[in-house]
Design a protein. Structure first.
Length: 195
């Protein structure tokens, strides 16, 4: 998964995979069949582990506005301490590289995008129902946030700075209008002195 995530499917040679995993060609074939099947297994593992962890708070029954904000804050905090450019989401990378030509990859990408949209819509719908946000169309805003999320990784790999990406996130989140009570509370929290 690490090699495919870093270099993409096409640029990851079978020999590089064997060397990285420390196994023989026959062991790879016995366990997975071929490089493509190994790639699909890696996508499944990425979705099961990393993507599920990222979406967990948004998928909670009581998720709300704060969970949407926290989701994007966590993305910012993922900047590698080494200063290296963070990798594009493996799902996003797979979409760009393979999904048009590989039905199995396209199916996984689509399922993940739909799950991400449902998670955002869940939190947004709850936020509107609880009075945290002014009325909005949760599904439409969820699609907007999902598109923003996928675009951020691509922009970062293309050289956008964290400040530039932060500006893009601010604009993306501006479609959510907190109610007066929530806005006042948020402003108080931001301006409160540190203890």
């Amino acid at each position: 998964m690490e090699l495919f995530w870093r270099d993409g499917y096409a640029a990851t040679s079978l020999q590089a995979l064997l060397d990285h995993m420390g196994i023989s060609r026959q062991s790879l074939y016995n366990a997975f069949g071929d490089k493509r099947k190994l790639y699909l297994a890696c996508l499944d593992r990425y979705i099961e582990r990393r993507a599920s962890a990222m979406l967990a708070d948004l998928e909670k029954p009581d998720a709300g506005y704060g969970d949407v904000l926290a989701f994007f804050d966590r993305l910012r905090d993922m900047e590698d301490e080494s200063g290296e450019v963070p990798r594009t989401c493996l799902i996003g990378r797979s979409c760009v590289e393979l999904s048009a030509d590989d039905a199995a990859v396209a199916e996984r990408v689509q399922a993940h995008m739909e799950r991400t949209m449902r998670a955002f819509a869940n939190a947004l719908g709850n936020a509107v129902a609880s009075g945290e946000l002014e009325p909005l169309e949760p599904k439409a805003v969820a699609r907007h946030l999902t598109a923003t999320l996928q675009g951020l990784g691509i922009m970062r790999r293309a050289g956008a700075t964290l400040d530039e990406l932060g500006g893009a996130v601010q604009v993306a989140l501006s479609v959510m209008k907190p109610t007066a009570d929530v806005a006042a509370h948020t402003a108080d929290a931001v301006t409160a002195p540190a203890e």
